[in-house]
Design a binder for this molecule. Structure first.
Ligand code: PAF
Length: 280
C-alpha cells in the first residue's frame, strides 16, 4: 500500500494507473475509519483493479461553530485498516494543498441540498460537493463509493455527477449498525455512555416507523409523530428534523411509497449532532 500526500502525485499516479488499463475505485473519507467505511472499502475492492481511499478532514464542509477543530483523527489505525482490507493507495493531502491560498472556486448543488441538513448546515453540501469534485478530478475514479447513512450527501453527489457529466459511477452502500442498532459514525466517539443510551432511541424509532409502514400505515404525519414521540422521551435528545422524503430527490413526500420513501432525521444528543435514515 502506498501513501500519497501530494495532490500532483495523486493525479499523476491515477493517470498512470488509468493508462495501464486499470479500473479505479475511490472511497472518499474523513478518516477515523469504522466498520461502515470498511464495508465501503470492501465493496470498492470487489469492483476495481486499483483501490484508492482518501482521508481528508475537509474544513469547507464544517460551519463556523461546528466540530472541525476537534474532529476525531486516527491516521495510524486508519492506515492499518486500509492495509488489512486490500487498499492500494491512501491519499492524505494537507488542507493547504487542497485549498491553497487564494482558492475561490466552489460547487453548489441547489435542489437536493436545500432541505433537511441543508437548512441547519447551509454551507455543508457546498463543501462536500467541492471536495468531492476535486477528488474526482484528481483520481478520475471509474467507481466511487458513499454510505447510505449520509443519504442527502449521496443524493447531492449523484445529482452533481449527473448534472456535470462527471465520468464516475456512484455506488451507495448500506448503513452498518452496531449490534445495538446505532448507525456507525465517527461522531459516535463523542458520546458518553448515557448519551449513547439515549441515542439508541434513534434507530429504535426508525425501525418502529418501518414496522408501522409494513403494517399498512402510509400516513406521513402519523409516522413522523411516532418517531418524534419516541425521540422526545429521551432527556438528552433534541430533534433538528424528522422528514419523510423521496429517497432519490430528497423532496418531501406527501404519502409513503414503499421502497421509494425514506425517513431522514437529525438530532442533537446534548452537543453531538447525529443523523440517520431508513427506507420505508
Ligand atoms: O462522508 C464523508 O466522510 C465526507 O462528507 C466526504 C464524502 C469524505 C467528503 O469530505
Amino acid at each position: 500500500m502506498q501513501i500519497i500526500k501530494s495532490v500532483e502525485e495523486m493525479q499523476t499516479t491515477a493517470m498512470q494507473l488509468r493508462f495501464g488499463g486499470n479500473l479505479i475505485s475511490l472511497v472518499p473519507t474523513m478518516g477515523c475509519l469504522h466498520q461502515g467505511h470498511i464495508s465501503l472499502i470492501q465493496s470498492a475492492r470487489e469492483k476495481a483493479d486499483k483501490l484508492i481511499v482518501s482521508i481528508f478532514v475537509n474544513p469547507m464542509q464544517f460551519g463556523p461553530n461546528e466540530d472541525f477543530s476537534i474532529y476525531p483523527k486516527s491516521l495510524e489505525s486508519d492506515l492499518e485498516k486500509c492495509q488489512a482490507n486490500g487498499v492500494d493507495f491512501v491519499f492524505t493531502p494537507s488542507v493547504e494543498s487542497m485549498y491553497p491560498k487564494g482558492f475561490s472556486s466552489f460547487v453548489g448543488e441547489s435542489f437536493v441540498s436545500s432541505g433537511l441538513c441543508g437548512i441547519s448546515r447551509p454551507t455543508h453540501f457546498r463543501g462536500v460537493a467541492t471536495v468531492c469534485l476535486k477528488l474526482f478530478n484528481l483520481v478520475r475514479p471509474d467507481y466511487s463509493f458513499f454510505g447510505r447513512k449520509d443519504a442527502q450527501q449521496c443524493a447531492v453527489i449523484k445529482k452533481m455527477v449527473h448534472d456535470l457529466n462527471i465520468p464516475t459511477e456512484v455506488f451507495i452502500v448500506d448503513t452498518v449498525r452496531d449490534s445495538d442498532g446505532l448507525a456507525m459514525s465517527s461522531r459516535n466517539r463523542y458520546l458518553s455512555k448515557l448519551q449513547r443510551e439515549d441515542a439508541l432511541s434513534i434507530s429504535k424509532a426508525l425501525f418502529k416507523a418501518k414496522e408501522l409502514v409494513q403494517d399498512g400505515v402510509l400516513n406521513v404525519d402519523r409516522v413522523v409523530a411516532e418517531i418524534i414521540h419516541m425521540l422526545s422521551m429521551k432527556r438528552r435528545i433534541r430533534v433538528i428534523y424528522v422528514q419523510v422524503v423521496n429517497n432519490e430527490t430528497m423532496e418531501i413526500a406527501r404519502k409513503i411509497e414503499s421502497g421509494k420513501s425514506m425517513v431522514c432525521l437529525a438530532v442533537w444528543v446534548d452537543s453531538v449532532r447525529l443523523i440517520d435514515n431508513i427506507i420505508l
